[in-house]
Structure formats: C-alpha cells, structure tokens
Ligand binder design. Sequence first.
Ligand code: LIP
Length: 280
Amino acid sequence: MSMMIEDAAAMPRREELARRREIAREVVREAGVSALGFFRRRAELEIEAKTGGQDVVSIADRSVEDLIRARLARAFPEDGLLGEERGLSEGRSGLTWVIDPIDGTSCFVHGFDNWCVSVALMQGGRSLLGFIFAPCRDEFFEAEEGMGATLNGAPIRTDTHATVQDCFIGLGANNRVPPRRVALFLEKLLEAGGMFVRNGSGALSLAEVACGRLGGYYEPHINIWDCAAGLCLIREAGGFTDDFTAADLLAGGAIAAAARGVEVELTALIAAAAVAEDAP
Ligand code: LIP
C-alpha cells in the first residue's frame, strides 16, 4: 500500500478542524494515560524485536494504537487512519490521522522517560493538526496550521537566537541507514563547533525544537508517524522544516528541522556529509 500525496484539496472549514482538534486532544490524553500504565508495568511486557534489537514493539504500542484508532474512527468515520503498528485504513474525507502510539519505544522499554504519544491530522503531505504528549514529563504539545503552537496551553517559539555553535542539534539514528551516514554528519557537526543529543524519539525531539530546547533536528531516515505532528509544531512555532513530502509518505525519508538562525548551517552540514559519503 502506498499513501501518495493528493492534489491540493480544499482546506477543511475551520469549524471542522476545531471539532477534530477538541476530540483528538482528549483522545491523545487518554492514550497517554494508558501508555503510562503500561510503562509502570513494563517489567511484565513481552518485548518483540521488529527489524532488530534496537527496533522493538510490545502490547503497549498495539493496545494504545488500537485505543486511538477506535476513538477517532468512532468520531470521524470518514477520515483515514495510518498507524505505525496497524498500517493504513483509507478514508473518504481526504483527511488522515497519522499515529505513533508510543514514539521512543526503545526508551520506553528500557525505563527512560523520553517517549511520547504522537498524533497528526494530515491532508495530502500537509500536517494540519499535531499533538505530542509526553506523560512522564506531563508535557502536552499541540499545534494547528495557522493558529500557532503550545506547550501545556502556553505559546511556544523556536530559539530565535540559536546558532549551530551555541545550541544542541538533535540527531536520529537507526538501522535504516548506513552507520557511515550518521558518523559523517556527526563529524561535520562537531568540526563546525556544534554538539548533538540523541533521545530516541523523533517526535519528542521535534517538539523540543519547537519549544526552543533544541536548535535543530536531523534524521537520515524517519517515518511519517514519527514526524507528522512535530512538523506542524515547528512550522507553527516559527521554525524551518524541509519539505518532508516524499512521493510515498509510507516510505519515509530524511528530515531536517531547525530554528531560523540554524537552518542554513544545518542544511549545509547535511549536504557536506552527503558529499563526503559519495566521495570515492
Ligand atoms: C523511533 C523514532 C526515532 C528513530 C527510531 C525509532 P519508534 O520511533 O522516533 O526517530 O530514530 O529508530 O523509529 O520506533 O520508537 O516509534
């Protein structure tokens, strides 16, 4: 199955988005409470490796996604659903809910608190709504296209004063890309006087760009369910995101996002690493 970018369809009416935003907010909160319950009983969870030991899943991921899908399908039966664990259910409204029930699953199963529930509403390649809830931190990020971004109800902005030399750059790394690609970017970043963090949750990292903790984020391959909500947050917080509109959103791809003072140098570092990777 592939999820192609549809032609620019008419933007849903504001009241249609408002109703979806209100209901989705409560669904994401309920999902976060459920996930936190599994987190506190994680010693009982059976952990399954997906593509390897660094890419895992448990009943927690599936159960939380099933909860989110059931609530949204009941409220908006005409909308599509795309989840990391249960895949794509086509809709007929032109709107698709993109769901990562537990982003940062490896962190979750190892007892780290940096994981979250991430839900976005997309129309074609555009994220109209984004919700990222980190229950362990009681941090609820939310954004709507054209209406700004918030953390626990308070407006957020990317760090407008950051440069690569005085901020942290979040880095996503996984077994979906050659290790050398990550290593070469790290080398270029450190040579430029930058510094990195990897927290294992692309969604939460993107939210931290939106609220100004991170100056930018790069991941050589990320899936749409990991980043759809974060893209909306960062754009609504005044930041830059590259055009993550792969022809087939199910395939995923590279992502770069940053505060405005960081984007040019971050983009240049990514390009320099790519040149080095292609060099004989
Ligand atoms: C994770 C992403 C992260 C990526 C990991 C993993 P998951 O999502 O948020 O950016 O580097 O490999 O895909 O699997 O925890 O939902």
